[in-house]
Design a protein. Sequence first.
Length: 363
Amino acid sequence: MLIGKNEASNHMSINVNIPSMGESITSAVISKWLVSNGDFVEKDEPIYELETDKITSEATAEVAGQINIIVGDDEEVEIGALVATIDNTVKGSSENKLEKNDTPPKQVTEEKVDITKTNKVDEDSKDKKINHNETRKRISPLRKKISSRLVEATQQTAMLTTFNEVDMSAVIELRKKHQEKFIKENDVKLGFMSFFVKAVVKALREVPKVNSRIEDDYIIEQNYYDIGVAVGTDKGLLVPVVRECESKSFATIEKDIATYAQKARDSKLEMNDLDGGVFTISNGGIYGSMLSTPIINFPQPAILGLHNIQDRAVVVDNEIVIRKMMYLALSYDHRLIDGKEAVTFLMSIKESIENPDLIFDKI
């Protein structure tokens, strides 16, 4: 938040301006004010949520005082724009809030529209009028950006998806065996995602074409292993990047993922949390997805989709047994990666997960 003195008034007011969010960002939307007009705010108290085409974050008050809100919810403003002032001569407590009906000016977030339509469904209802209650809400910059990236990925790549399934039994048993000790020593749970991150690193080393990207007329080979982990939020899907995964322990990876997930839920992710990344893992299984075709996080060349774990009958050593199975999906840019390389990559993931000792020397 930028501040400055408002000399037009008889008392000291501090300007609240939209902060710089990086060179490529010229505007943002105040998605929600967290305080009401006229409230007393404390120093460092969150006062509004700011949304751009890349990130959602909270802005805090740099001084204590009474806030006068100038721009309402859902308003798009330029970087540096004045959106409120804080009178720091007013003394009080953050408990002294205005009533809920004291809202900022220009607060128009949703528009309810009553529409009367005539729907021709069948002979009995063709003359019947049906009232529909609709809500109109502006598309957020983040949702616009996500939509644009998804369309770009489908239009700029030759995307193809290959599938396999993996027996999760060995990893589940390993987690069960080491979980108590792991939590005690690291203060974080041993989850599934760190297994897949390490398996991806191993597979990228074995099939380096998957760790490349196309840039104009060149193929750029990436000799580092920064893995994006998709996190679902109320605002949309965000992909923070876990850096240098090849050198990090399982505990560090789990802590990084937990930190990013919490920051995403609290709208506190920063731009450098999302920049870069050579490959993305998306786990639709936490929502119950059984199978999907994930869309590449362009300009990355591939994405791994994880799904829910189910008891399924499989044949092992000529016997039918029940195992904990998961479907894997690898979407990839066929301009860069051939089918043989994609299948080899996915088979490497499968081998690592079904034989975790290959990548987990020490938990």
